[in-house]
Design a protein around this ligand. Sequence first.
Ligand SMILES: NC(=O)c1ccc[n+]([C@@H]2O[C@H](COP(=O)([O-])OP(=O)(O)OC[C@H]3O[C@@H](n4cnc5c(N)ncnc54)[C@H](O)[C@@H]3O)[C@@H](O)[C@H]2O)c1
Ligand SMILES: [Zn+2]
Ligand SMILES: [Zn+2]
Length: 384
Amino acid sequence: MKAVVFHGVGDIRLDDVADPKIQDANDAIVRLTSSAICGTDLHFIRGTVPGMKPGTILGHEGVGVVEEIGPAVRNLRAGDRVVIPSTIGCGSCSYCRAGYYAQCDRANPNGAHAGTAFFGGPESSGPFHGLQAERARIPFANVGLVKLPEEVLDDQAILLSDIFPTGYFGADIAEIEPGDTVAVFGCGPVGQFTIASARLMSAGRIFAVDTISSRLEMARAQGSEVVDFNVDDPVAVIRELTGGSGADRVIDAVGVDATHPSEGPAAKQAHRQQAQFGDAPSQVLTWAVDAVAKAGTLAIIGVYPARARSFPIGQAMNKNLTLQMGNCNHRKYVPMLIDLVRSGAVDPTNVLTQIAPLSSAIEAYKAFDQRQPGWIKVELQPAA
Ligand SMILES: NC(=O)c1ccc[n+]([C@@H]2O[C@H](COP(=O)([O-])OP(=O)(O)OC[C@H]3O[C@@H](n4cnc5c(N)ncnc54)[C@H](O)[C@@H]3O)[C@@H](O)[C@H]2O)c1
Ligand SMILES: [Zn+2]
Ligand SMILES: [Zn+2]
């Protein structure tokens, strides 16, 4: 079968690989009808999140049809249409049972303390072959596959695999209450769904910070008050427009690949911070801690490598902030979000800007990596 395979930093290829096989009693084999490229994949191909094993199939977003099930899978049949939550949880350990699927004790073959198990990630996450392929093996399929109703189309369902749940998770752990003022850093696909989720939670106002105009325009269309960090200092603007107090809830939807402003009033200050923290990755964390109101909540869903050490802890401590962060517990949110899409409350395809066949995945990666104008979310179709 065809699959997008990691060979090294900056070197991914569309290879012919062996079809997956059932290995455990609770496995299923899914024929993918839809996959996607995520900002997280970019960290791996840039090497900013290290540890990928050459030969690993990339991708952790998928929708498809069950082809085969192991003898322990009792809730599915061959032919069922399913969405695949990105993180892998066993469904029976104490963490999964409490909804912390991303902290499952059993799914990661490297042990209970090795970190979140997910598809198409670094060696420490399994590794499990990913979903940018024609077929995939899904472990713990009785929990790790969620059946789709007919009315939810593939183009909608693919956004329920990772980025809508992650955006919702970000808004959830930010403790958004009706009327709150929220600031979302990063208007990539995850940031867009964080904004959509903050609206579902009846946020009073939403600030959206980025510098890519097509992404800011999409955030504005969702009713956000937009800030281009190369035109304005985002912390100054958010404070000024909130009567000096800052935002009640702030979400970092950028992560380790944050860039510094290169122009505008924030640029000079950013260089000072660069000297203080030594690198760009802490830019959003620094802004977020400054932009949040005293005693407010900061949620971090942007991905940082395990070795990251830069966080403005002194400022956060002195402001009595609540910090929440982590990998999304996808499986906890997927069924509820499927219902929201089925009912028409949210159409996630507003964020989908490109659909490409799997055969042009490498070119699609390039365009997405360079954040070409208008490229916000790319769906890959393995069967096209
Ligand atoms: N926690 C989770 O479970 C989880 C799941 C999925 C994705 N993620 C992470 O969420 C983050 C966003 O994902 P995405 O697919 O939207 O990525 P993306 O790369 O498409 O979007 C990131 C956006 O941040 C903007 N940005 C860069 N520097 C900035 C700055 N200093 N201030 C404000 N905005 C800035 C970029 O212009 C870009 O639009 C990534 O780190 C990804 O790994 C986390
Ligand atoms: Zn992702
Ligand atoms: Zn578990």
